[in-house]
Structures are given as C-alpha cells and as structure tokens.
Design a protein around this ligand. Structure first.
Ligand code: NAD
Ligand code: DAU
Length: 337
C-alpha cells in the first residue's frame, strides 16, 4: 500500500511515520511537508534512508506538488496544519490558508486520484468549550462551536472533508482528538514548553487561574487509533479520540515540577489567552465499541517517559528554541508581576 502522509515532519505526523514503518514495514510512505517552523527533518533522521520512504518538501496549498505526491497513492493521512492556538490569535491568516485552502487542494487531488481512503486528523477544539462544573463530554454528535481562529479553521476543514464525501463520494474518515503529548512536540505547547523551560532554568508560564482542563492523550495511543480507523473505520464516519484523562493545567504542571525536582517558585502567572476554552473532555465510546480501540498508556508513566525523552534529547529542542522562537516568546508572554 502507498500511504501519503502530509505534515509528517511535525509532532504527531513524525510519531505516526515511526509507528507505521515499524507496524507496516511493507507499505511505501510519501511524506509531504512544507517544513514550517514546526516541521523538522531531524524528527525522521532514522528513517530517511529507508527504501520505502520518500520525503517531498512542499506546500499542501500547491495543486501541482500535491498532484505529483498523490500519484499511485492508496491512502492519505492529513496531519498538515498550523496547529498552535496562540499563534492563530497573533495571526490567523496562515491558519486559513493551510488548514482550509490546503485541505481543499488535498481533497480535490485525492478525489481525482480516486484514493481508497482520505483520513483527516482534526481536533476536539471544533466543539468549543465545556463548563468546569458540567460533566458533559464531546462526542461525534456534539455541535460545532469553534472559538479560536485555529479551531474555526479546523472546523471549516472538517466540513469540507464531509462535503467531499457527500458530493463527490470521496471515501473519507475524520478523527477529532484531544491534546497530544510525547516526543518530538515543538516546545511551544504546554507540556513540551514546561519541560524544556525547566530544563533551561526558566519558569513555566501559567495562563489565568491555571484551572483550564484538557484530556491528555499520549501520541502513541493516537497513532494506534488512526491505524484502527484506517483498517476498520467506516467511510464517511467521524471518531472522537480521548482518554478520560481530564486534568487541570496546574495539576499537570505540578507533576512536571515534581518529576524535575522543582517547585511552584519555578512557575509564573502570565496574561491569559483571549477566548481561552475552559474545559475539553472526550467521550470515546464509539471508537472503543465499534473498532475496539483502547488506550495502552497511563498518564503518569507516559509523562515520566516524555520528561526523560526531553532530558535525553536536549540537542533536538535546543536547536528549536532559537532567535525566531525568542521573538515569538517575547511577543506572546507578558508576565503579570
Ligand atoms: P505540528 O504543528 O507539530 O506539525 C504540523 C506539520 O505540518 C509541520 O511539520 C509543518 O511543517 C507541516 N505543515 C504546516 N503547513 C503546511 C503546508 N501548508 N503544507 C505542508 N505541510 C505543512 O502539528 P501537530 O501537533 O503534529 O498536529 C498534527 C495535526 O493534528 C494537525 O492537523 C492538528 O490540527 C491535529 N491535532 C493536534 C493535536 C495536538 O495536541 N497536537 C490535537 C488534536 C489534533
Ligand atoms: O485539544 C486539541 C488541541 O490541543 C490541538 O488541536 C492543538 O493543535 C493543540 O495545540 C492543543 O491546543 P491547546 O490550546 O489546548 O494546547 P496548549 O498546549 O497550547 O495549551 C494547553 C493548556 O495550557 C491551555 O489551557 C492553555 C494552557 N497554557 C498553554 C501554554 C502554551 C498555559 O497555561 N501556558 C502556556 O504557556
């Protein structure tokens, strides 16, 4: 089988490529990635000489490159996106271009090439925000209510993917998952930023009261979910992926502080994110019941492994915390004290 992975040099995409090559070594993988600030060829160093792997540097918004990459492809897994909420607040425009227009370019090429499956990797953020006091969880039946430019662009992409299923009979599936963590995550997201800041002797920036809740999913569990959706998922269907692991940011931060022998003195309150979604939580009954998916990793153990990975791979993340990153950090983080 020939699999086109877009955004394979990013966090989840590179984990997925490592996972896929191990699990399905007979398949041929084409990785199409623009290598934005978040894309990193180093994530795939160990596979770059594999004869069943081809890297194409290119933009999913470019129909010519996408058409070339799509030749002979059986299955597409679309990870390529601008993915950071805070950057979408600073400048929404690349989010609309890549996440909306880019997805449509991919869909058009996939329909022309008559691929057997187009899987779109989406997010729980399309559903909006849950209240802290409520016990509600997002499911496949939850109405869309995106509240950040990032979430709105992902919601638009999901709608386009479904439109290609109904209008052009493109065999699609969609997954909406919760916050991932693990190796190779660009050090701008809460867990990767917290660990690397502490390792650099810096503080962890906490938005607002720190009581915002996320449902943390280990990236390997997510890869296994996508694999199952590709093999057993029904065309046209959406699957929500989460682990009932809803934890307040402050509690995640306390765990990381403890693992690295630090204290709350190593945190700082910063200006809150505008329109900050209070709580995300996912009901994963459908993928569990229909496809037999389950999480194989506990939060405690996988967080410990993740902390160790960043300790052991400081060259990887230090190269990313460069001048460009410093400029972003200064713009984004305004301390309250
Ligand atoms: P990431 O930012 O780490 O990686 C994105 C990758 O896409 C990078 O390699 C980048 O170079 C590439 N890319 C960006 N624009 C491109 C373009 N125009 N053409 C080609 N490549 C382009 O993102 P991630 O965290 O790995 O997320 C992957 C996908 O999963 C995204 O679609 C995101 O919306 C979704 N998602 C992420 C999470 C999470 O917690 N990280 C949770 C739910 C859903
Ligand atoms: O829910 C899935 C989504 O998870 C994905 O679709 C996105 O691509 C991914 O970036 C992530 O979005 P979040 O905004 O939830 O993740 P982030 O790591 O940016 O923030 C997690 C929580 O931590 C959120 O409540 C904001 C807070 N936070 C974040 C950062 C970066 C802080 O308190 N301080 C910080 O410095």
């Amino acid at each position: 089988m020939r699999v086109l992975i877009t955004g394979g040099a990013g966090f989840i995409g590179s984990n997925f490529i490592h996972y896929w090559i191990k699990k399905h070594p007979e398949d041929y993988i084409v990785n199409l990635d623009k290598l934005t600030y978040a894309g990193n060829a180093d994530n795939l160093k160990s596979v770059e000489n594999n004869q069943n792997y081809l890297f194409i540097k290119g933009d999913i918004c470019d129909p010519k490159i996408v058409g070339e990459a799509m030749k002979g492809v059986d299955v597409v897994v679309n990870f390529a996106a601008e993915s950071h909420v805070d950057r979408s607040i600073l400048d929404p425009s690349p989010f609309i271009t890549t996440n909306v227009l880019g997805t449509q370019v991919l869909l058009e090429a996939a329909a022309n090439a008559r691929v057997k499956r187009f899987h779109h990797v989406s997010t729980d953020e399309v559903f909006g925000a849950l209240g802290l006091a409520s016990s509600e969880r997002f499911s496949e039946d939850t109405n869309y209510n995106p509240r950040s430019p990032y979430a709105a662009s992902k919601a638009a992409s999901d709608h386009l993917v479904r439109a290609y299923f109904y209008t052009y009979k493109l065999p699609i599936t969609i997954s909406n998952c919760s916050n991932n963590f693990g190796p190779y995550q660009f050090p701008e997201k809460l867990i990767s930023l917290a660990i690397t800041n502490l390792l650099e002797g810096k503080k962890i920036p906490i938005y607002g009261d720190g009581l915002y809740v996320r449902d943390w999913l280990y990236v390997e569990d997510h890869c296994e979910a996508i694999d199952l959706i590709l093999s057993k998922g029904k065309e046209g269907e959406t699957y929500c992926v989460g682990v009932d692991n809803d934890i307040a940011n402050i509690d995640v931060i306390k765990k990381i502080l403890k693992m690295l022998g630090k204290s709350e003195k190593d945190t700082e309150r910063v200006k809150d994110r505008p329109g900050h979604d209070r709580r995300y939580a996912i009901n994963s009954e459908k993928i569990k019941k229909e496809l037999g998916w389950q999480s194989n990793h506990t939060f405690e153990k996988s967080l410990t492994q993740t902390v160790k990975w960043y300790q052991d791979n400081s060259n990887w993340w230090k190269a990313l915390k460069n001048k460009e990153f410093d400029a972003y950090y200064k713009k984004q983080y305004k301390t309250l004290s």
